[in-house]
Design a protein around this ligand. Structure first.
Ligand code: SF4
Length: 224
């Protein structure tokens, strides 16, 4: 059974966000090991590198943990939290980073324009589930911080979001286990996708619909 964030059995937590953006993009990354950068991904990576180094910051009684490694056996994923804010609270949990009890609040950093994307919420929720599994306690909300706009949007971790996150983790695990590449569906997202050349979303292959049918059947059977 996986016991740390470095366990090779665990899949990258970031793949949940990739799957939420587009299952085929996640499959290209996970199965074909394809990764291409465009202006959007390059800007995001550069901004993350500039902002983030692993560190612990203390302000008064509260702590901010940057680039915190996390994992969840329940979700089968591991990754890094951009920032976890730990505020002193009598009904909080103990942490190895300070005395007292703390309430945890994950914050995911994003570059570019402010937007409300379901995959961001799933990524944040997965981080919260990891933190709950590692440290105990219940996390009721987190936030997406848009670096350029200096805006922070709170995301309630509702039962619906938790279910969507669990379903996405199962779907990613299935995709990897069955080695199935979902068919491309051209949409507005393709215009910003860095994998356009590898994906060729406007090409129609006779085998594509067949592959999609298999993938849909597998998902229906395993998520029920
Ligand atoms: S180009 Fe479109 S269909 Fe292809 S991986 Fe990107 S978002 Fe998905």
């Amino acid at each position: 059974m996986p016991s740390s964030s470095a366990d090779p059995e665990l899949l990258p937590l970031s793949w949940l966000a990739q799957y939420g953006y587009c299952p085929r993009r996640c499959a290209l990354l996970a199965l074909e090991r394809v990764w291409s950068e465009n202006e959007f991904t390059a800007a995001g990576r550069a901004q993350h590198q500039k902002v983030h180094t692993a560190r612990v910051e203390r302000r008064g009684e509260n702590i901010s943990l940057f680039e915190l490694p996390v994992f969840s056996r329940a979700l089968g994923v591991s990754g890094l939290c951009d920032c976890v804010e730990a505020a002193q609270s009598p009904d909080g949990i103990h942490l190895p980073y300070g005395d007292g009890r703390y309430r945890l609040y994950p914050v995911e950093y994003k570059h570019g324009i402010v937007r409300d994307e379901a995959e961001y919420h799933i990524q944040l929720c997965a981080q919260a589930i990891c933190l709950e599994e590692q440290f105990g306690g219940a996390i009721s909300a987190g936030a997406i911080f848009f670096i350029d706009a200096h805006r922070r949007d709170e995301v309630p971790l509702t039962p619906e979001l938790r279910k969507a996150t669990t379903d996405t983790a199962k779907a990613v695990a299935l995709l990897v286990a069955r080695q199935l590449l979902p068919q491309a569906k051209y949409s507005a997202k393709c215009r910003k996708c860095s994998m356009q050349d590898e994906c060729a979303p406007k090409l129609r292959h006779s085998s594509a619909a067949y592959c999609q049918t298999i993938w849909n059947t597998v998902l229906e059977e395993d998520l029920l």
